[in-house]
Design a protein around this ligand. Sequence first.
Ligand code: HEM
Length: 125
Amino acid sequence: MTASSLYERLGGERGIALLVDDIVAAHMQNPSIQARFLPYAEDPDHLEEVKGHLRNFLSAGGGGPHEYHGRSMPETHRGMNISEAEYMAAIDDILGVLDKHEIDPRTRQEMLGIAYSLKDEIMHV
Ligand code: HEM
């Protein structure tokens, strides 16, 4: 099997854009965390800005060509007091969307590992 970057395995620029749209949509429907995200539905410009940061975060982290210019993870989530249950809910949404897009199991595991490794930068900060 040819080695390919995480960025490529997520479908490149177009694949990542579709994943981000679906992950944010899943968060807005998830009873555990929707209250955090529904306000963004009323503010499309801000929502597009956050989605752009999420796309670039995944591209940059996955070895793709984009640079991430959003805030650091602690800076972004500081003061939100995100709980364990909320963190798990977000990860479940991400894994569900990767499954829906038929991202291969190794890549899903890798994404799970990355998400888990970020928890101390995001949860209860
Ligand atoms: C694997 C876990 C997570 C990752 C990698 C992640 C990543 C990010 C990134 C890259 C941004 C954009 C930052 C920016 O615009 O400067 C962001 C924004 C945001 N995240 Fe997370 N996040 C995670 C989990 C969570 C959880 C569990 C919640 C709440 C339940 C959450 C709530 C938010 C909110 C509300 C914003 C928008 C902040 C704003 O108004 O600009 N995130 N996240």
